[in-house]
Each structure stands twice: as structure tokens, then as C-alpha cells.
Design a protein around this ligand. Structure first.
Ligand SMILES: [Zn+2]
Length: 182
């Protein structure tokens, strides 16, 4: 099956979070998939992000120059660890320091428009108290997302995908219970 960067894959609300969410089922090693492990997917990401990322990144956002994928992956993992801990209510100064190291590295290595550079800038904006949203973890897929809604009531990374999947599962369970009871 060919993979494509669909709107669902940009549910994070910020470039740094969409990058973090390029790992599917991060906590389930048997099913986990790193979408950036395939170079074609990684190279196609910036073009899709220009169209689909909520942050509307720089129109110059372009694929990574050769030899920088490893740094981007390190930055991605530092983003996930830091913001996940924060969303879980246990922020850590050490994880923040690790993230700041990776951000500094990416900013030194790149320039405006480079995927690693722009991801680092996005992460910096997320660290800021003025980021304009609440950081959450989707209870279905465990992706990180920034809830920018006024009353901070967004429950899912993407209602159309994760919200409906959970509703369908609950519905199925309820029907099954009813059937078993009858
Ligand atoms: Zn989700």
C-alpha cells in the first residue's frame, strides 16, 4: 500500500507536533511505524506540511539537505519526550534541557525553510507561554496535539478519525453486552 501524507497526519496543530507524530503507535513496539524511516516519505513531508499543517509553515519549507536526517530524528524524539511529559502533567527540566540542546543544534545546522530548522522554531514557539493552546495527548492514538479551541474542549487529535473509531468501538461493545445479556 502506498503511503501518503493525509490531512489526518497533520492533526498536531503545530509543525513540531506533526513531526513528533510521524511515529505511529510509538508505545506499541510490535505495531509501531516510523514514517520518516522511508526517505521518500521524509522528502514528501515538507510539501504536505505547507498545505496541511495548522501552523502554515514558511512557503519555502523544503526537504532536508543530505546528511541531516539523523539530527531531525534526535530533535523529533526530544520534542516528543518533553511535550509528552508536560501534557501528562510532569514536566521535567532535564527533558527541556535536552530539547533545547537539539533545538540549538538544528538552528546552527540549518537555515529558514529547512525542515529541521523550522521544526526547531516551531518547538520554541510551543515552549513559550504564549503558544495559544493546551497541549494534549489523543486518548486513541496517543499523538500529541495543541488544542487551540476557545474552551479547550478538544478531546481527540482528529474527531473524524480517532473520535469516530472510539465511538464505534464503544457502540460495538455496548451492542455485544446487550446481546450477551439477552
Ligand atoms: Zn488520535
Amino acid at each position: 500500500m502506498t503511503f501518503s501524507w493525509t490531512p489526518h497526519r497533520f492533526s498536531g496543530g503545530a509543525l513540531a507536533l506533526d513531526v513528533a507524530n510521524s511515529v505511529i503507535l510509538r508505545f506499541d513496539p510490535a505495531h509501531s511505524v516510523d514514517r520518516f524511516a522511508d526517505k521518500a516519505n521524509l522528502d514528501a513531508f515538507p510539501e504536505a506540511a505547507r498545505r496541511l499543517c495548522a501552523e502554515r509553515p514558511d512557503s519555502n519549507l523544503r526537504p532536508l539537505p543530505l546528511g541531516r536526517a539523523e539530527g531531525l530524528i534526535r530533535l523529533r524524539e526530544a520534542i516528543d519526550r518533553h511535550f509528552r511529559a508536560e501534557a501528562l502533567g510532569s514536566p521535567s527540566a532535564h527533558l527541556l534541557a535536552d530539547l533545547l540542546d537539539e533545538i540549538a543544534r538544528a538552528l546552527r545546522a540549518g537555515e529558514t525553510g529547512d525542515l529541521d530548522f523550522e521544526t526547531a522554531m516551531s518547538a520554541l514557539r510551543l515552549i513559550s507561554p504564549q503558544r495559544g493552546g493546551a497541549l494534549k495527548i489523543c486518548p486513541n492514538c496517543e499523538w500529541l496535539f495543541l488544542d487551540r479551541s476557545k474552551n479547550k474542549s478538544r478531546a481527540w487529535c482528529d474527531m473524524a478519525v480517532c473520535g469516530n473509531r472510539v465511538k464505534a468501538r464503544l457502540h460495538y461493545r455496548k451492542k455485544k453486552l446487550e446481546k450477551d445479556a439477552s
